[in-house]
Design a protein around this ligand. Structure first.
Ligand code: ADP
Length: 244
């Protein structure tokens, strides 16, 4: 359902993605790991077309963006709608409550009536365990709670694929688990997910496939059980050793 073909991205002379190929089937979870600077965030940002690839093709369901041709704004918008992004920092509107943050996209972008959007937002906040905090402002919430609002906000747009860019890396260690738990539940419900994370426990438990990136290439890919117990590439081995 999600397909990436020969994706290239460079910033000036710096080649950051050098021919990435990846398919993610509906309901599968792919975890992307790799050293800092290997292109993981750029890959996710290309999937959301926050960055425009220089070459290659992206497809989600029947929407295709071929970057060797001219890609229109309209096509980009239609493509982007199918993705929901959760960032490292939560980027919530500080002057809006949790429920207002979650309602914002459906009301403003999708023109959904306010009451309907509110009902849906309440359900989503309940789903991420924040049913009792819907009227709290971001400053009244912990980092983990804010990130769960961020997940509910992305889900409110009913994406086909959820993209997570190191969603727990800004959190205090004791708050990481609650966010990973929400992500795990989403995966169990069949959400298609691409997750950049250093949380190897999450990768081991939840990922259908782990991708190891370095220098803009996919160096190794496989089922977490195989990759973690017997990585075939020496660079993967070295990276995993450094983490343990
Ligand atoms: P990772 O997520 O694996 O740490 P990134 O995708 O963030 O890697 O970055 C890959 C490389 O691209 C890095 O060298 C980074 O400095 C560079 N880079 C990322 N975004 C930009 C940008 N907007 N302009 C210039 N260079 C960038």
């Amino acid at each position: 359902m999600l397909s990436i073909k020969n994706l290239h991205k460079q910033f000036g002379d710096l080649v950051v993605l050098d021919g990435i190929d990846l398919n993610v089937e509906t309901g599968k979870v792919v975890v992307v790991i790799g050293p800092s600077g290997s292109g993981k965030t750029t890959l996710l940002r290309c999937l959301n077309v926050l960055e425009t690839p220089n070459k290659g093709e992206l497809q989600i369901n029947n929407k295709v963006l071929d970057f060797s041709k001219k890609v229109t704004k309209k096509n980009i918008q239609a493509f982007r709608k199918q993705t929901g992004m959760v960032f490292q920092t939560y980027n919530l509107f500080p002057h809006k409550t949790a429920i207002e943050n979650v309602m914002e996209g459906p009301v403003i972008v999708q023109n959904i009536p306010k009451q309907e959007a509110r009902n849906k937002a309440r359900q989503l906040l309940e789903k991420v365990g924040l049913g009792d905090k819907i009227d709290y402002y971001p400053y009244q919430l912990s980092g983990g709670q804010q990130q769960r609002v961020g997940i509910a906000r992305a889900l409110a747009m009913e994406p086909e694929v959820m993209l997570f860019d190191e969603p727990t890396s800004a959190l205090d260690p004791e708050l990481i688990g609650e966010v990973l738990q929400v992500m795990k539940e989403l995966a169990e419900e069949g959400m298609t997910m691409v997750v950049v994370t250093h949380e190897m426990g999450f990768a081991r438990d939840v990922a259908d496939e782990v991708i190891f990136m370095e220098g803009g290439h996919i160096i190794e890919r496989g089922h977490p059980a195989d990759m973690f117990s017997r990585p075939s590439n020496s660079r993967t081995k070295e990276f995993l050793n450094l983490l343990s």
